[in-house]
Design a protein. Structure first.
Length: 154
């Protein structure tokens, strides 16, 4: 016993946490707030990665409304924020999504481009995010576009 006391019995309600590499059963008191990070190449001083955040039990059922709310929060929070593009897109398999591209300057004299994709499916919001420099946006943008468009909800 780790802390010297016998653990209290947990409620019998269990839900699985599953990934391609592991799984575990959690009691209903625990909530999976996983953030997935897919590491990409390093170039121009940026270690590229695609992050996938998942929010379950979303009450708003319009992806554009959710995306615009998120965008407004970013615009208010970031310095030197400049919106470059936003609008609806369709991912492979006709999955509706909302894309947002902006640049900001989180570090003095270093512009960062960030591309976000919001996908609403099965009452879950999937937010995909990747950051670039101006140089790497031109180099890796088409590759990320292909990756984003391949996104599928199981």
């Amino acid at each position: 016993m780790l802390f010297g006391k016998k653990p209290k019995p947990q409620p019998s309600t269990r839900k699985p946490i599953e990934d391609s590499r592991f799984s575990m059963n959690m009691s209903s008191e625990w909530i999976d707030k996983s953030i997935y990070s897919i590491e990409g190449p390093e170039d121009d001083g940026i270690k590229h990665n695609i992050r996938v955040n998942i929010e379950d039990n979303v009450e708003v059922l319009d992806v554009a409304t959710i995306a615009r709310d998120e965008i407004m929060g970013l615009a208010n929070a970031l310095d030197a924020f400049q919106e470059l593009y936003q609008g609806p897109v369709r991912l492979n398999g006709s999955l509706p999504a909302y894309e947002f591209l902006y640049k900001c300057m989180p570090v003095e004299k270093r512009e960062v481009y960030q591309r976000m994709m919001f996908v609403l499916a099965k009452q879950s919001l999937f937010t995909l995010t990747v950051s670039f420099s101006e140089k790497t946006f031109k180099r890796f943008g088409p590759q990320v576009d292909s990756i984003y468009k391949s996104f599928t909800v199981m």
